[in-house]
Ligand binder design. Structure first.
Ligand code: C2E
Ligand code: MG
Ligand code: MG
Length: 694
């Protein structure tokens, strides 16, 4: 870093200023020095010398003491006090035995002296030596300044230690060190002042540095007046058998790391371990259990009733429900309090309403079954949220690994989830049948995809007739898939698959397009067309641009207002309730009628439906089927019809198969009937025959 200052010499040459009133000496000096590659500037007085120094950089000065005007001593003094003068080698030429002059010269700041008459050979070496010494001194000073600067800027405390690890000095950072200063006391070994445990680590680090590793570090925690603190000590060899210790307070970093870990592995709302943590835990257990007779059970359960709560009572109460559920789950499945460490079980939240329990301490399948049964019973049931009682159900799937085949945590989770999807009223174990069903479903999805791509789907239309005179009021479009090998596949089977796989979006587009096309075609065939109801799935409501898409299809087929009705089930309405009310409003504004389908199967009450303002309500066919043998069905149907009318909705009864059902519905002023009694789903050509001529 100092080459810069020496490089001031011309072309890399050193430059010497010769100051002497005797021009013969100056000339001699010039010849000698220039011959040995040193540049020379010569002046005859102290004043001139100072002037030169102000303007030029020189690397050394040969200065006569006895000169007229300003003598050598004063010149020397002034040179020293000039900018960068402190390291300038000034060699003073004195008389041979002039001890006084020599002393005075040193006092004035001379670096060296040379006796007159000058030994010219010696001079050039003396000058070179002085210049080298000056370079080293400057480097040393700069290095010292650099170190000082570093010390000021680093946030660490710095201590010097002797070879045994005894503190010999140090510097604490300006702030934030508190009472931790007592941990590093001058005159004490680190092992004497650090907390127990850390002392041993300090000894080990000191020994390591002494053995020649050059550097060693350790960390320790301590309880200070400012709470728990964490320190990191880096020891490095100091070069003379001593050491330097840099001590950093990394409490904040540790806290941030803990926070990051908590974000990565814990659920914020409930504080429970999240899916990542559970998977990691299961993976660790699978590893640990490999080759032993231990078994690992994974139970997946869903909190059903959460969406309903969110829709009905808002987010805050839904979150409260999640917290209550997680507390109960911890109490029931969190494992015994005195469980050995590391814990054999872990309970956590894996998705919005999804929870999981991993247990490595249940012996045998029967024990797992009994535990799962109890878990399900205890978790289902009612939860109190202020004035509300929420009924919760909990499908539960179990996957067990008993050391047999290779297993990884992801597969175990998949298996438990597949089993949960099959679970209705009991806890369900994952089995080969479930696996095979899955595979079958996957195959079917693939075939459905080709059917969608190849245009192999078609629509049938089921009449909705007036309950009084049975005149045709409208139709419901029902999608049909004729499978090349299996024949007709029920929408009840393939619609859920389409929903799972996302195919429902293309199917939905096809159905609406085809219904609009059919309506126009009936018109073109000279018939008075009737409104067509089209079923929409929840996924269609989740997709952006639904209303624009519907508008485009209506425009494409020039479909008149009121000709299309969109049906959505009660469950869909409730699950998407946040955004759905607005979408329905937009749809109504572009002339679409709206209907709530399968009413009575979900959780909602008529009161909840008020926010949606449907045109039509369809009573689920299970109530109609119950008419005749379940006395309460009558009153339920009556209640629904009355309430719907009060809310301004038209009522359709679905699944009417028998006359007595129709009679009862008519007596209760049900508006429309849809069922095998009054018309099965049929192809568009068949329906065309039922339509009035225009
Ligand atoms: P849904 O919307 O409630 O349709 C009425 C279902 O009841 C139809 O079954 C219909 O054939 C059947 N049904 C009508 N009358 C009777 C009767 O008297 N007795 C009995 N037992 N059943 C009757 P389908 O066509 O099998 O459709 C089943 C469900 O599949 C539909 O229920 C609807 O939720 C869904 N679905 C059908 N087509 C579509 C569609 O295009 N898109 C969507 N998203 N879902 C559809
Ligand atoms: Mg329907
Ligand atoms: Mg229905």
């Amino acid at each position: 870093m100092l080459t810069n200052t020496t490089a001031a010499s011309v072309g890399g040459q050193h430059r010497v200023l010769v100051v002497d009133d005797d021009c013969a000496i100056r000339l001699h000096a010039r010849i000698i020095l220039e011959n040995s590659g040193i540049d020379v500037v010569e002046v005859g007085s102290g004043e001139q010398a100072i002037d030169i120094l102000k303007r030029q950089r020189v690397d050394a000065v040969l200065l006569d003491v006895r000169m007229p005007g300003m003598d050598g001593f004063e010149t020397c003094r002034q040179m020293r006090s000039m900018y960068r003068g402190d390291f300038l080698p000034i060699i003073v030429a004195t008389g041979l035995d002039d001890r006084e002059a020599i002393e005075a010269a040193y006092e004035a700041g001379a670096t060296d002296f040379i006796a007159k008459p000058i030994d010219w050979t010696q001079l050039k070496y003396r000058i070179r030596y002085s210049i080298n010494t000056r370079v080293m001194a400057e480097e040393l000073a700069a290095s010292h300044a650099h170190r000082q600067g570093l010390m000021q800027t680093i946030p660490d405390a710095v201590f010097s230690l002797d070879g045994k690890g005894r503190v010999t000095g140090g510097r604490l950072p300006a702030s934030g060190w508190g009472d931790a200063a007592a941990l590093f006391r001058v005159g004490y070994l680190l092992s004497e002042t650090l907390p127990a445990g850390a002392g041993g680590l300090a000894d080990q680090a000191v020994s390591a540095v002494n053995r020649g590793t050059g550097q060693a570090s350790f960390e320790f925690d301590v309880q200070s007046s400012a709470g728990p603190r964490c320190y990191e000590v880096n020891l490095a060899a100091g070069g003379r058998g001593d050491m330097i210790a840099l001590v950093r307070d990394f409490t904040d970093r540790r806290r941030a790391e803990a926070e990051i870990r908590s974000l990565a592995y814990f659920d914020r709302l409930t504080g429970m371990p999240n899916r990542e943590m559970l998977q990691q835990f299961a993976a660790d257990k699978l590893n640990a259990f490999a080759g032993t007779s231990s078994q690992l059970a994974l139970m997946r359960l869903d909190l059903q009733g959460l969406e309903y709560t969110r829709c009905l009572l808002g987010n805050e109460r839904a979150n409260r429900l999640l917290c209550l559920f997680s507390e109960r789950l911890n109490a029931v499945a969190g494992g015994p309090r005195d469980a050995p460490s590391p814990s054999p079980s872990l309970v956590g939240r894996v998705s919005d309403g999804g929870f999981a329990v991993v247990r490595g301490d249940l012996g045998g399948r029967e024990a797992v079954r009994a535990f799962a049964k109890r878990l399900r019973e205890e978790m289902a049931g009612s939860y109190t949220l202020g004035d509300y009682e929420i009924e919760v159900t909990t499908p539960l799937g179990i996957a067990v690994w008993d050391g047999g085949a290779d297993m990884d945590a992801l597969t175990l989770f998949d298996q438990a989830e597949m089993a949960m999807a099959q679970s209705c009223s009991t806890a369900t174990f994952y089995s080969n049948e479930i696996r095979d069903q899955r595979r079958k479903r996957a195959r079917l999805v693939k075939q459905l995809q080709s059917a969608v791509n190849n245009g192999d789907l078609h629509l049938e239309y089921q009449p909705k007739v007036d309950a009084g005179d049975r005149s045709l009021f409208g139709v419901e479009a029902l999608v049909r898939w004729v499978h090349p090998e299996r024949g007709a596949v029920s929408p009840a089977e393939f619609i859920p698959l389409a929903e799972e796989s996302g195919l429902i979006l293309s199917i939905g587009e096809f159905v609406l397009d085809e219904a609009c096309r059919q309506s126009r075609q009936w018109n073109a065939a000279g018939r008075v067309t009737v409104p067509i109801a089209v079923n929409f799935s929840g996924h269609q409501f989740s997709k952006k641009g639904l209303v624009q898409g519907v508008m485009a299809t209506l425009a494409k087929h020039v479909t008149a207002e009121g000709q299309i009705e969109i049906e959505l089930t009660e469950t869909v309405a409730m699950e998407h309730c946040a955004g759905i009310a607005l979408i329905l409003q937009d749809l109504q504004e572009i002339g679409i009628r709206t209907a709530i389908d399968d009413f009575g199967t979900g959780y909602s009450s008529l009161n909840n439906l008020r926010q949606f303002q449907f045109h039509t309500l369809k009573i689920d066919r299970s109530f109609v089927a119950d008419l005749g043998h379940n006395p309460s069905a009558r009153s339920i149907i009556r209640g629904i019809i009355d309430m719907s009318h009060a809310l301004g909705m038209q009522v359709v009864a679905e699944g009417v198969e028998e006359d007595h059902q129709l009679e009862y519905l008519r007596s209760q002023r049900c508006d429309l009937i849809q069922g095998y009694l009054t018309g099965r789903p049929a192809r568009g050509e068949v329906i065309q025959g039922l339509l009035k001529a225009a």
